[in-house]
Write a new protein. Sequence first.
Length: 162
Amino acid sequence: MDFDLRILIADDQKEFCEIFKDLLKSLNCKVFCTSNPDEVVETIFENEIHLVFLDKRFPSDGRGIELLKEIKKVQPQTEVVMMTSFPDATSSHEALQESASGYFIKTDDYETLLETTKFLIEKIKKNRKEENEIKNLEIAKKTLSDWNTELIKKLKKLEGKS
């Protein structure tokens, strides 16, 4: 199953956003960027975002962790990777505790960032495939249940005739 994977980069460093966006386009993903923290959740809903790269100090007041909590509350299946240029053990622990899929220190190591993204894309594809299989099984279960109900009705009708 192939689908249009959509990624959001939420970071106040516009230059980083553009470089990262160009890098991600090589993965055939649709990439959105925002430098406004008030647009993050809305962008996720409007565009059915699968993966978010979220700046921890977004924009500079540290709202990243709060946004992570909000995203996971309203859209728990969305993968979120926290990013920072100012790493510390406390915030990485907090991000992972709040269900971040990863914690990335922003450097010029775009290869590692690209590999992390590829891993998460495969995880998302696998999860979507499993979700579709579960939906198909639920439909099949409903169909069998309906057939069973009809058969029982027909059997009762036949029993009444004899």
